[in-house]
Structures are given as C-alpha cells and as structure tokens.
Write a protein that binds this ligand. Sequence first.
Ligand SMILES: *Cc1c(COP(=O)(O)O)cnc(C)c1O
Length: 396
Amino acid sequence: MGSRLEDITDIRQKTPGCDEKIHFNNAGAALVSEETLRTQVDYLEQESLIGGYEVAAKYAQRIDQFYDNVAELINANRDEIAFTESATVAWLRVFWAINFQSGDEILCDSTSYASNYIAFLNAQKRFGIRIVLIDQKPTGELSLEDLTGKLSSKSKLISITHMPTNSGLVNPAQEVGKIAEKYNVLYQLDACQSVGQYPIDVRKIGCDFLSATGRKYLRGPRGTGFLFAKKIRFSELSPLNLDLHSAEWISKDTIDIREDARRFETWECNLAAKLGLSTAVSQAVNLGMETIWERVQLLADYLRKELSRIEEVIVTDIGEIKSGIVTFYSNTISTHQLKERFLEHNINTVVAIKSGTRVDMENRSLDSILRASVHYYNTKEEIDKFINLLTQFVKP
Ligand SMILES: *Cc1c(COP(=O)(O)O)cnc(C)c1O
C-alpha cells in the first residue's frame, strides 16, 4: 500500500463511509469495510431464515477461523485467544482472575485508561492492593528506570497502556516485557489503540495478557474485542466468569475448566460480529501491519506539522514516536465547539475529557482536548480541508 494513491483509492471505494464523511475518529470507532459489513449482514439474514443454532453449525468452520486470524495478527497460538464483547471485558476478565492479596502492588502508567484505573481503585478497596504509578520520562513514555526501581517482592502485576486514548504516545511495551520477565511479575498490556494500527508480536513484547477492541484501528464491528492470555500463567489465575462454555460440569460437585484461553469467554456471543471481526482482522493481516503503521504515521505526522503552523492551536501529543492519535486545543474556541463546527462540515472528531485518562491529563494540566485520529484510508487532501476549516474556526 505505502502511500500509493491507486491502492488508497481502491481501499476507499471499498469503505462506504469514506464517501459520506471525513472520518478522523478512528481511535473511537473506525469505518468498517464493505466486506466486513456484508459478512455480518449475510450472517444475520441467514440467522433469520435458518435459525440461530442451525446457521452457527453451518458456519462453524468459518467462525472457528477467528482464532487463527487473530493468532496470526499478533503472533500468538490460537489456543491463547478469547473472543469478548469489548477490550474492557477482555481486560477485566483477566484482571479479576488474579489472586490479589492485601499489600500486593500493581504498577501502572500515568496514561492508564479510566476503566482500568477504576478497576485498580476497586481492587484497592476490595483487597487492599496498592497502586504504584510509574513515573513518566520528560518525553512522556513511562520510565523503565523508575519501573525497575519500584519493583519489589510485593509487585503482583505490571499493567500498562501501549498507546493511550488521549495522545500520540507509544509506550515501550517490549522493554517492559523484558523487565517483567526478569523479575517474574505478571504483565498485562492494554493494546486497545495499538492493535490494528501497529505491528504487534506478543512473543517479542513478552506480555502475559493483552486486550484489544474490534471497533478501533482493526475496523471491526462494535461490541467485539479479544484477549490474548499466555497458558503458562493459567495456574496463577482463578477465572470468575466460568459458565458452561468456559468450564464443564462433570459430576454433581465438580467442574473442569477449559485448557485454553477460551476459559475467559462466555457461551453466548454475537456470532455475526465475531465473523465481522474475523474478516477485519484478516484484512489487516493481508494489507500488512508494517505498511499500515507506516501510512498512519505519515498522515499523523503531516497533520501535526500542519497544526503546529496555526498560531491559535496547541498540539498536546507527547512521546518520541507518535501514533495516529493527534490531539490539540485552541485558546480561542472550546474543544466542544470545535467538534460541533467540524461536524457541521461532515468531519468526525471527538473530545477527550479529563476523566478518561485523569492522571496524565492532570499531570499536564489539561482539561479537554480535541482528538483527530487518522487511519490508512484517510488522505492528505482530507487533512488539508480539515486544516483550512480549523484555521477559520480558531480566528479570534
Ligand atoms: C477505548 C479504549 C479502551 C476500552 O475499549 P472498549 O472496547 O471500549 O472496552 C481501553 N483502553 C484504551 C487505551 C482505549 O483507548
């Protein structure tokens, strides 16, 4: 793909939403492809005609392919993958399976997503764990020296964000993996914004658990996500959500828990959406994650460069390497107003509020910022239009 225009034109033609809008809310929910849409609609139609169980049996092999596709995307084994309805559900199922004891420490980064930090606070109240924040380097990444310095016999879990929701930051996931391995501490990675945007190799990263959503950079359907969980860690976990799919009731008083990561699933799920995500994942694999990442960076760098030329605009991204998530504010017009003005011109952006990533936002004295997140199917022309409008909007 690179930035060759004919490929992008083709991809855009196969993405119905590209006709309607300038979509710069890919970190919220990216546009699904025609193929991903059709996969779901066809399946739903079949459900209505044949019956839900009957069509599931007919499609069993294709549904099962989901695990192979995701495994290929992140270089895992298929039995290390679970399908969930969101990244948060994937993350929580593993988090609450950890046998926390009073005094245990969770090391997390300052850009932690609200839902994750809420779980830390919940665990603090329920089990008396301690939340240990890893310092940031001046450039924004979590400090590996500080992480190493804060590890102790009390450290139970390192739980960090790969790419936060509110800036272009990329945390050094692989370096954290080396530390986690050396000190033998559980390592949970929130890869919600990086999967589908950035090449992910769980073997290289060395994480024990990784969670992702379908609807963001993977361009999958809403209400989908997945979990990667390393089997070697299963003996240290007690899943809380066991049902007749994740476990078997083998005698009146005994159960057997599944041997694979699907012990974190539950039986019922949206199979049309699962197939849709499977389609989206294989599209990402076919395009190539290196190629996608290169194109996303190219567009995001261009957008940031153009933004930095507008006097009334302050770009708020941090990090040495920056992702497709671009954030800024203006002193002349509120972020909410900006979002509305863009919407009037068929341009989708989103406001990132303080309570979404409170620690980082407070550290940087930010209240609310506008997030324009680009994907490979966006174009420089779209960015130019965006910049032209913004220049008008921010004029005092
Ligand atoms: C969006 C997001 C989540 C939550 O994903 P859901 O699929 O909505 O549960 C978690 N972490 C980060 C960094 C996110 O951006």
